[in-house]
Ligand binder design. Structure first.
Ligand code: HEC
Length: 459
């Protein structure tokens, strides 16, 4: 009854206004419109993915495209599910934070609640150009997938790993690296790694085989951090998600690529409804200026002590054999990795990595005097969004500190990504197995690289 009255009142009200000719197609005074208020927010924060030929399911550029999605947009932004950014805003400040400002969320909510009016097209901002291609001038070196991937029109495509040799004849230091998808309609996310193939194996069409023709199992492919062969994070170069597929190391720092290793393209594809192909590339830029510090990025689960089910595992416990399996139906299974720092270090950012049961991950720093600080908390981890969290200001880590990474896993039916809640989960590379890889990026302050650390391309 009451509702009826209110609606009648509104109708009469707007009738009255219209009859008076005060407002024409205009929304009520102060009410946000698409053209003036909402489009700028979408163009700035959404259309990098929500446009034709990009990864998101629909374009959010024109009013006609956006209008049918308005309720869903409200829901996703209020719940902070879009844009994808998983860090708890209470901790840390990140240079690449893509979360919406509260006032932008409020604007979208007010617009949707006000009936999602179009407004005046003259107010529309210019549709931003998408950065296509390389982020800077052409890379010094490009390594591409040695084969063109053929993708089916329908169905689910397993994570693909394709390898290629890096064309370096000595160790090189790189200033920046970019993963450039060949086909953005199908590359959902991807990562580039450096890996070591076992003795006696060769690459055939991007896949490693032993001399007798047997394929090399992935667990026999080594990662850059030889001390913890299973710690994949150690060798990760770059992650691609739409709008971000590059890493540039801070001035004076660079990442070393050891000679003789191969590039591993870890590709997570989605189908587009028609057969597609992709050939993704990695571009490398060498430093132009003197590099003093090497960027390291093992995980806090790698060289450190790992604790699971209340037991301290052997050093390097992140080797899969050392970690107990996650029981069937466990909904909050916990593991921690503690990495002590015996020298002063500078920390630049984090890439938490788990698979489909990954539920949360956090990193905290314990100073030598026992003081503790939360550096990053990802309360709702999402395997689909492999994000790098780049600290707005690098964090100084005094010698004697330690960084603890704590992760939880949900192997219950409540986890909608869980492929098999009634099975225990092993530690391995496939997305249906699990991984605990709390990667970080840092350098040691007192470890100064020699002057001659640039590649011979300078000649
Ligand atoms: C980094 C890429 C990216 C950005 C940025 C992004 N989205 Fe999305 N969005 C996606 C992808 C991919 C999906 C589909 C899969 C999913 O839901 O994760 C999606 C799904 C959605 C959906 C749900 C669609 C459905 O089928 O129900 C809505 C609504 C949405 N996005 C709105 C937004 C809004 C609004 C913004 C900006 C404020 C935004 N997104 C920013 C990639 C993005």
């Amino acid at each position: 009854m009451k509702r009826y009255l209110v609606i009648t009142g509104l109708l009469v009200g707007s009738f009255f206004v219209a009859a008076n000719g005060v407002f024409a197609a205009e929304a009520a005074e102060g009410m946000p419109t698409f053209a003036k208020d909402v489009a700028p927010i979408l163009y700035e924060n959404c259309v990098v993915c929500h446009r034709d030929g990009e990864v998101a399911p629909m374009s959010l550029i024109s009013f006609q495209e956006v209008r049918p999605w308005s309720r869903a947009i409200k829901e996703k932004v209020v719940n902070r599910e879009m844009p994808p950014w998983l860090a708890d805003s209470r901790y840390g400040r990140f240079a690449n934070d893509r979360s919406l400002a509260q006032e932008d969320i409020d604007t979208i909510v007010a617009w949707v609640d006000g009936g999602a009016p179009r407004g005046n097209d003259a107010d529309l901002p210019v549709v931003p150009e998408l950065p296509k291609g390389w982020a800077w001038d052409d890379p010094d070196v490009i390594v591409e997938m040695p084969i063109e991937m053929q993708l089916p029109a329908e169905g689910e495509v397993q994570m693909q790993h394709v390898y290629n040799h890096a064309p370096f004849e000595e160790d090189v230091y790189i200033q920046a690296v970019q993963l450039l998808p060949g086909n953005t309609r199908v590359v959902h996310h991807a990562a580039g790694f450096v890996k070591k193939l076992p003795e006696g194996s060769t690459l055939v069409d991007g896949l490693p085989f032993y001399a007798d023709g047997t394929p090399v199992p992935r667990r026999e492919i080594g990662s850059l951090d030889a001390e913890s062969p299973a710690s994949e994070g150690a060798s990760k170069l770059v992650s691609y998600v739409p709008g971000r597929g590059w890493e540039r190391y801070p001035a004076g720092t660079a990442k070393r690529l050891p000679v003789g290793w191969v590039i591993d393209f870890g590709m997570h594809y989605q189908v587009s409804g028609k057969p597609e192909t992709d050939r993704t590339r990695l571009g490398f830029w060498f430093p132009k200026d003197r590099v003093t510090h090497e960027i390291l990025n093992p995980g806090a689960g790698g060289r450190s002590t790992t604790i699971a089910e209340g037991k301290e595992l052997l050093k390097g416990g992140a080797e899969y054999g050392g970690i107990p399996t996650i029981p069937a139906h466990a909904d909050d299974w916990r593991i921690a990795g503690v990495m002590p720092f015996s020298q002063d270090a500078t920390l630049y950012g984090f890439s938490p990595h788990m698979h489909l049961r990954g539920k949360s991950m956090s990193y905290s720093l314990t100073y030598p005097d026992g003081r503790e600080e939360m550096l990053l908390s990802v309360p709702k981890y999402d395997f689909n969004w492999q994000l790098y969290y780049e600290l707005a200001e690098p964090v100084k880590i005094p010698a004697g500190s330690k960084i603890s990474a704590v992760a939880t896993y949900d192997n219950s039916i409540r986890n909608r990504y869980n492929p098999a809640p009634d099975k225990e989960v092993y530690w391995a590379e496939q997305s249906w197995d699990e991984m605990f890889s709390p990667q970080m990026r840092y350098s040691y302050d007192n470890k100064i690289l020699p002057e001659k650390n640039r590649p011979s391309t300078e000649e």
